[in-house]
Write a protein of this length. Structure first.
Lengths: 156, 289
């Protein structure tokens, strides 16, 4: 319990401890703490930014979807219009073709009719000539009366 | 183990309150003191080996542990040791930021050193009072010393040398920064021109001088007194041992209760020493206009 040299020895010890702590212990720890604080703040800011970007992205996605829907509807409309157009065109084409075929068929029928008629006429004239020949065997010369027979045949 | 045949209660207490003093005795020459009277006769030029040993051991332990953490400190996820160290550093830094308004990179490490060192030195009080001195006495007996004359105080803060050393260093810092921040005139003005104005100069000087001097004295005596009283109560409780069974049990219960209560005291005293140091240095940094 005596105050003695220990006092000074302790003062020196204390000064050395404080000096060591101040130089080698305190700064690294406090720096690390400050660094971590900065890191956390940075992380929070980044998270905040991320949130904002996400919101923006969602908004943009919605806009894109809306646009896509509109353009899809437009395309469908155009396609429908085009389809009706095509159908109409096909209808008119078919009608024209039908008319054409009909006309061709008619013409052919006419031709056939004419040919048949011609044939028939010839046959009939031949038959008539033959019949007349038989009737008029003796009195009628085919060559001499051909013009008469022909004109007669033509009237059939 | 307490009051053995050779030691009366008074001698036992006396034994526990004597430091292991190394010095030059006027009659016996250079060596360890064999009694508290001899230690006193050695005068100023003697050194308390136990105080020095345990305070340096504990201070080195603190610095070793904290330095170890500081060396591989990382700003990432901290380990258990780093977490613990950061907790204490944060606590000290909070206190410094709260009480110290100036800018001085020395105050916070100083506060940390005081807190940790004083806490560790106080913590020695929780070791059973006889354990280390008993072992040390028998260890010294191997070298032919009489164990009854081998003294050992393992709590450095029960030695006024240790507490006054810290308080004086703080006082020196207070004076240094008072002169540095306020200037010689400013500091002397603060000591002489208030609270009564310049016509009350002598009264001012007396009042301010007392308040200035009382700072280191109260700082040192508060810590010393608390720890000394706590130690004394442990010693008194230890006196109960060695009697009847009832006394032994009572002693055990009392020692446990006092130790639990003492945990509060040792922490509180370390904290108070730290906070007052910060406050005194803050006052030294403030400029009055």
């Amino acid at each position: 319990m005596n105050i003695n040299l220990t006092l000074f020895a302790q003062m020196i010890t204390f000064a050395v401890f404080v000096g060591f702590c101040m130089k080698y212990v305190w700064p690294p720890i406090v720096n690390a703490l400050a660094e971590r604080k900065a890191k956390i703040a940075e992380g929070l800011a980044a998270a905040e930014r991320g949130h904002q970007e996400q919101a923006l992205g969602e908004q943009r996605a919605l806009e894109l979807m809306k646009e896509a829907k509109a353009s899809a509807a437009e395309i469908v409309g155009q396609a429908q219009k085009r389809a009706t157009d095509i159908v109409e065109e096909a209808k008119s084409d078919a009608r024209t073709e039908g008319d054409r075929l009909l006309a061709a068929a008619r013409a052919e029928i006419e031709q056939e009719t004419n040919r048949a008629r011609e044939e028939l006429r010839e046959r009939v004239s031949t038959l008539a000539v033959a019949a007349a020949e038989k009737i008029l065997q003796k009195e009628i010369n085919v060559d001499a009366h051909k013009s008469i027979v022909d004109s007669f045949a033509k009237q059939l | 183990m307490a009051a053995t045949e050779t030691l009366t209660a008074e001698q036992y207490i006396q034994h526990h309150l004597t430091n292991l003093t190394l010095g030059f005795h006027p009659e016996h020459g250079f060596g360890l003191a064999h009694s508290s009277a001899e230690a006193a006769e050695m005068g100023f030029w003697a050194i308390n080996l136990d105080t020095m040993f345990f305070s340096i051991l504990l201070g080195a332990l603190f610095l070793w542990f904290f330095r170890g953490v500081a060396e591989r400190v990382s700003a990432g996820v901290p380990g258990a040791a780093q977490n613990f160290v950061e907790w204490i550093v944060d606590f000290v830094e909070d206190n410094v930021r709260g009480s110290f308004s100036g800018k001085n990179p020395m105050v916070a490490p100083l506060a940390l050193t005081i807190f940790a060192w004083v806490f560790l030195m106080n913590l020695m009080d929780l070791l059973p009072v006889d354990l280390v001195p008993y072992l040390f006495g028998h260890f010294m007996a191997l070298f032919g010393a009489d164990p009854h004359h081998v003294y050992l105080k393992i709590v450095p803060t029960t030695d006024p040398n240790a507490t006054f050393a810290m308080a004086l260093m703080v006082f020196i810092l207070v004076l240094y920064y008072s002169f540095k921040m306020k200037g010689v005139g400013g500091f002397l003005g603060e000591l002489t021109l208030q609270p009564f104005g310049k016509w009350g100069m002598p009264a001012n000087l007396v009042l301010e001088g007392i308040s200035l001097i009382s700072k280191p004295i109260s700082l040192a005596l508060r810590l010393f007194g608390n720890m000394y009283a706590g130690e004394m109560i442990f010693i008194l409780i230890a006196l109960l041992y060695g009697g009847s069974l009832a006394l032994n049990v009572t002693g055990g219960v009392l020692q446990f209760v006092w130790a639990v209560f003492h945990i509060l005291i040792i922490t509180l005293q370390a904290f108070i020493f730290m906070v007052l140091t910060i406050v005194y240095l803050d006052m030294a940094h403030q400029e009055h206009h």
